[in-house]
Design a protein around this ligand. Structure first.
Ligand code: ADP
Ligand code: MG
Length: 232
């Protein structure tokens, strides 16, 4: 928290792709906030604008209109270099497709991310071990990630996303490639990490079963965000 303000405060966000009569309003005047220590979930069918919303929050896509404040910083006001730094230092990303280096081990995948974040050698090795243990993977450190199950792969990618100690963890359909048991395990892990590490988690998913593990949940439809369907 910063002075009682939410970690994420997005206002009147709009993203229009294309122009003229082929223009698509993928995100349409969305207000969304999210607190540290909590999982905030945005649910919606395919094509409702979830990825567009999340990538704008993470500084990967410029909004057409609106403002995005993360940890007191107005992301839309950042220049190219500052934006790259924001992505590197403030946010962590988790994707549906894991995006791991499949021929490297779990430990090596996390170490690579630590190296990028400026941590190397023995320190990187120890920290990677810690992060993977926190994700319940102490028995899988030396497995090549191609040999892991989907749920284990996603847990490696979550450990990797935490390498830079992000304030905000953004997860795009983190359970879509998993069966429901492993999907719930991954969401429970995200919830535990938010609580224990104090980061904020914003997850988007078409899977309404995830609603019960979120602190707050919303529906997105045709780019429009509805009122909270869950607020615990
Ligand atoms: P979701 O993640 O909920 O499936 P998306 O955010 O990917 O939805 O897409 C929302 C809408 O925006 C869709 O109609 C999609 O076709 C459109 N869209 C997404 N990205 C682009 C793009 N780069 N160019 C044009 N249209 C896009
Ligand atoms: Mg998507």
């Amino acid at each position: 928290m910063n002075g009682g303000r939410p970690l994420l405060d997005a206002k009147r966000l709009v993203k229009v792709f294309g122009s003229g009569h082929t223009a698509v309003r993928a995100v349409d005047r969305v207000d969304l906030d999210a607190n540290a220590g909590e999982v905030t979930l945005v649910m919606g069918p395919s094509g409702s604008g979830k990825t567009t919303l999340l990538t704008m929050i993470g500084g990967l896509l410029r909004p057409t209109e609106g403002s995005i404040e993360v940890d007191g910083v107005e992301v839309t006001g950042l220049g190219k270099v500052e934006l790259a730094r924001f992505r590197r230092e403030t946010v962590g990303f988790v994707f549906q497709s894991f995006n791991l280096l499949e021929t490297l081990t779990a430990q090596e995948n996390v170490e690579v991310a630590l190296n990028v974040a400026g941590v190397s050698g023995e320190r990187a090795h120890e920290r990677a071990t810690e992060l993977l243990a926190a994700a319940g993977l102490e028995e899988r450190l030396d497995f090549r990630t191609r040999d892991l199950s989907g749920g284990e792969k996603q847990r490696v990618s979550i450990a990797r996303a935490l390498a830079n100690r992000p304030r905000l963890l953004l997860a795009d359909e983190p359970t879509a490639n998993l069966d429901s048991r492993h999907g719930l395990e991954v969401m429970e892990l995200l919830r535990g990490l938010a609580r224990d590490q104090g980061c904020g988690v914003v997850a988007v998913s078409h899977d309404a079963r995830l609603e019960r593990i979120a602190s707050r949940a919303f529906w997105l439809e045709d780019g429009r965000l509805g009122p909270a369907v869950r607020d615990s």
